[in-house]
Design a protein around this ligand. Structure first.
Ligand SMILES: Nc1ncnc2c1ncn2[C@@H]1O[C@H](COP(=O)(O)OP(=O)(O)O)[C@@H](O)[C@H]1O
Ligand SMILES: [Mg+2]
Length: 246
């Protein structure tokens, strides 16, 4: 179980004040749940995911994983506990091949080719074309994104966090990826937090959490939350009262 207790993340501003990016977030996520974080850009979703992975340290509050206080643990220590994270904008690794990254992720330097291929297939990549490619700028954004998701799969964590897995990915690969998330969830061997704006992914969720202004605005099932999301979108229509929705 993952528990966030009164988590805040504040940064200093130029005028000597403070900006609260996360504001007193408390949240419990049970094991093997698939939870989607959604909400407007700049709402604090990535910051929250990074706080869970240990990429940033909260200004106040606590994070507990399976009862253990992990607030002060490093990224490596959290990874050892089974927490893994796929970046919204994954880094590239010049000099490392796709196969190397998968081996590192799986912690097995002799990861068999068919196992590597299986991970790549799950994200819609043809393994033969990619295994020996370097993860450098010769790969497109969508390719790097899918390779990174494959490495998160290879890590076989107990808590997987995916930050906008749909970003930059074509429709066909996205359909394959959605299936992969669904299969993983049906197997029920990991907790998944997916940050997403896509209805197809939102539809897979046991629970949807809407984050805006650094706080949880709504949480509930798809049936309860989707209409609210749609209503919010219409309520904030940039064209105001003149806007005609056809
Ligand atoms: N270190 C930082 N300093 C200043 N502003 C930040 C910092 N980190 C994040 N922000 C701001 O906090 C807000 C939330 O960011 P983020 O968590 O990336 O949002 P989301 O993922 O929901 O789009 C954004 O407005 C972002 O610019
Ligand atoms: Mg983000």
């Amino acid at each position: 179980m993952l528990e966030l207790k009164n988590l805040s993340y504040r940064v200093p501003t130029e005028d000597g004040g403070e900006l609260a990016i996360l504001n007193n977030i408390s949240l419990t996520i049970d094991d093997r749940q698939l939870v989607v974080f959604t909400g407007p850009n700049g709402g604090g979703k990535t910051t929250l995911a990074k706080a869970i992975m240990g990429l940033i340290h909260p200004t106040s509050g606590q994070i507990l994983y399976n009862g253990q206080d992990i607030t002060d643990l490093s990224i490596t220590e959290r990874a050892r506990l089974g927490i893994s994270y796929g970046f919204q904008q994954p880094p590239r690794f010049k000099g490392l091949k796709v196969r190397d990254l998968l081996c590192i992720a799986a912690n097995d330097e002799n990861l068999p080719k068919n196992v590597c291929c299986n991970y790549l297939t799950q994200v819609g990549l043809c393994a033969n074309d990619y295994l020996d490619r370097e993860v450098d700028t010769s790969l497109s954004g969508g390719e790097v994104k899918r390779i990174e998701i494959a490495t998160v799969l290879a890590r076989k964590g107990s808590l997987m966090i995916y930050d906008e897995p749909e970003a930059g990915i074509d429709l066909w690969s996205f359909a394959r990826l959605t299936e992969t998330f669904n299969e993983l969830h049906q197997k029920h061997d990991a907790t998944m937090i997916i940050i997403s704006h896509q209805e197809r992914i939102i539809s897979l969720a046991d629970e949807i959490i809407v984050i805006a202004g650094g706080a949880i605005r709504h949480r509930g099932t798809k049936d309860a939350i989707l209409p609210l999301i749609l209503a919010d979108t219409l309520g904030n229509c940039a064209l105001g009262k003149e806007c005609i929705i056809k």
